[in-house]
Design a protein around this ligand. Structure first.
Ligand SMILES: Cc1cc2nc3c(=O)[nH]c(=O)nc-3n(C[C@H](O)[C@H](O)[C@H](O)COP(=O)(O)O)c2cc1C
Length: 286
């Protein structure tokens, strides 16, 4: 039986994210068992940027609940992730885990590579979703999963998304898509990764904010037609890209060692500037 992991990026019990994940799971035709993680239930410390997790055989030294999430992720066959818009982006619980996710690929093994996933942003107001969907897609891509579909559903009060029958239909479609081949990429989307959020660079050039590759666009019969090529920002388009990226990061750790003295001269020249506002735990002499 397939193991589907529902990752809830909302603190609300039986809120829209939770009921949506359960509704999608009800509509997955393949026999499966649904496990659930509410990220806010876990004590996840912020990444300290030490890069130790990039050194082979070095697990993250932060002592918190992340290993439980890592174990659940590595043993899942598929993922359904839903999170609400909080001030135009996904609830911070998702980003806290995302920042620590490089440590999931021990010894540069990408155990989640290509596992199917679905991501849904929930927003209380139409048009106020900001970059929430992009946040969730980034989470799923950086987790190295194969996003079968992603969407935005609207509803503010807990359960409100299903006061709208259309959303039930969408949930049914999402559920049936999870273990099917990904649909062909159509419309004004990045042909490399399926992303639909872009930065306009001038001269008809644009960059995909999901895979970071860039290209051009033109208008044909009133519709934008995009042509995006691999442009040296390949993190997750193939397993080889992911290995290359991991090697680059490891190289940066080596480069830091090589340039440590020079870098210290630069940073130390700023050491004494400014008055620090400190949290109570860091105040000395009291
Ligand atoms: C602190 C906070 C910030 C929010 N910011 C937004 C927002 O920027 N845009 C939006 O459409 N909805 C916003 N909402 C509404 C939630 O996205 C909405 O209520 C959603 O249904 C919550 O999902 P949940 O039930 O899974 O928690 C916000 C809610 C809270 C509590």
């Amino acid at each position: 039986m397939k193991k589907v992991l529902g990752i809830i990026g909302s603190p609300r019990k039986l809120g829209n994210s939770e009921v949506l994940i359960k509704e999608i799971s009800r509509n997955v035709p393949e026999p499966h068992e649904l496990s659930l993680i509410r990220l806010n239930d876990f004590n996840i410390l912020p990444c300290k940027g030490c890069y130790m997790c990039l050194v082979t055989g070095n697990p993250c030294h932060l002592d918190d609940d992340l290993p439980v999430i890592k174990e659940a992720v590595l043993s899942a066959d598929a993922f359904i992730v839903a999170a609400p818009a909080y001030l135009l982006g996904a609830n911070a619980s998702l980003k806290r885990v995302l920042d620590r996710i490089m440590g999931f690929n021990e010894n540069k093994e990408f155990k989640q590579w290509g596992k199917p996933s679905i991501g849904i942003a929930i927003a209380g107001m139409k048009g106020k979703e900001g970059y929430t969907k992009l946040n969730i897609e980034s989470f799923l891509k950086i987790l190295l999963t194969d996003i079968k579909r992603s969407d935005i559903l609207y509803g503010a009060l807990p359960g409100e998304i299903f006061m709208n029958e259309e959303n039930k239909k969408t949930a049914a479609e999402l559920g049936s898509a999870l273990f099917k081949p990904a649909p062909e990429i159509t419309g004004p989307r990045c042909l490399l990764c399926g992303g639909d959020t872009f930065r306009f660079l001038g001269d008809n050039r644009l960059q995909c904010m999901l895979c970071s590759n860039s290209g051009t666009f033109s208008m044909e019969k009133g519709e934008p037609v995009l042509s995006i090529q691999k442009s040296g920002h390949d993190i997750f388009l193939s397993e080889g890209d992911s290995t290359q990226h991991a090697n680059w990061l490891t190289g940066m750790k080596g480069s830091f060692k090589d340039h440590k003295k020079k870098l210290k001269v630069i940073t130390q020249s700023y050491a004494e500037e400014g008055l620090w506002v400190l949290p109570p735990s860091k105040k000395t002499g009291e």
